[in-house]
Design a protein around this ligand. Structure first.
Ligand code: 3PG
Length: 306
């Protein structure tokens, strides 16, 4: 069996070592394709792959068509919007993710961005503190829960909105549940986004919603750029010069955001929430174990396609 690790944004070397140990112990061969400049390279590499580990790499119908031997692809991470699930199902390929394995890393970066925002991008001027501020967590999943845990350490008042998590579950964890996204944005000084990119959430974070933030509001996005309605957010932020937007998922309109919003906007050059050795080890090795368990025992616990 040939297990391909195809990561345009490579894992830390220590994670690759851990993955290769799991794969080799199972008697399989590991092939590594990192920082591939062209899709052609991926199309060639998948031809002989029986299983594959990816990150945000685009696995579309063309890739799946080229992957004649492929049985399973594991997205080492949470969001699987980069994989064409229907095409995978049509090709008889099982798709899995590794939920929770990189969520602490993403949550920590959300705080990195928060502090950076409220300390005015460390430009030397007087900023504000997180302590005592109201933090809104938009979607209370694995990352949202880690954000809540860390927020308590900062002494923040923590609110959350998640249509799929019952209020009493949040209350037990010391979180104040709100009934709608609108209420979350109207209530909180800072909102941290943790919704997945789906047809339903696409461009759902728009000017109407963000305009509800009180004066000096901050929006943190370590989720996906697709959930933002960039056009309306930019217009709003030009009008409301008190708002700030910090992200590790660069908007398509990054240049306009930088030009028009100056220090009220910051984006990392690459998505880096999960870019830690620990997250790479956790998610990468979990992916390797899931592949072995699927190929040897048929375990489909983390399957996300039909
Ligand atoms: C995820 O969905 O797990 C995160 O967005 C991390 O993505 P990455 O593996 O591309 O860094």
């Amino acid at each position: 069996m040939n297990v391909l690790v195809a990561t345009d944004k490579p894992f830390a070397a220590v994670a690759v070592k851990g993955i290769s140990e799991v794969i080799e112990q199972a008697g399989y061969k590991l092939t590594l394709l990192e920082k591939y400049a062209e899709k052609e390279n991926l199309l060639k590499a998948v031809e002989t792959a029986d299983a594959m580990i990816v990150r945000s790499d685009i696995i579309d119908s063309e890739v799946l068509e080229a992957a004649k031997q492929l049985k399973i692809v594991v997205r080492a991470g949470a969001g699987y919007d980069n994989i064409d699930l229907d095409a995978a199902t049509a090709h008889g390929v099982c798709v899995m993710n590794t939920p929770g394995q990189n969520s602490n890393a993403v949550a920590e970066l959300a705080f990195g961005l928060m502090v950076y925002a409220v300390r005015n991008l460390y430009n030397g001027t007087s900023g504000t503190e997180l302590k005592g501020k109201k933090l809104g967590i938009h979607a209370y999943g694995n990352v949202g829960r880690n954000v809540a845990r860390i927020a308590k350490g900062f002494g923040m008042e923590v609110y959350a909105y998640d249509a799929f998590v019952p209020a009493d579950v949040m209350e037990k964890e010391g979180i104040i549940p709100v009934k709608s996204a609108e209420e979350l944005y109207s209530t909180c000084n800072i909102v941290s986004l943790h919704i997945p990119a789906t047809p339903q959430t696409k461009e759902s974070i728009n000017a109407n919603l963000v305009n509800r933030l009180p004066k000096g509001g901050v929006l943190i996005n370590t989720a996906r750029k697709e959930v933002i309605d960039e056009t309306s957010l930019l217009v709003l932020m030009e009008q409301r010069t008190d708002l700030r937007y910090m992200t590790d998922v660069m908007p398509a309109a990054d240049v306009k955001f930088s030009e028009k919003l100056a220090e009220r906007y910051f984006s990392t050059p690459k998505k880096m929430g999960a870019q830690t050795a620990e997250a790479n080890i956790n998610a990468g090795i979990a992916a390797a174990h899931q592949i072995v368990d699927f190929l040897q025992n048929g375990n489909q616990r983390f399957r996300v396609n039909k």
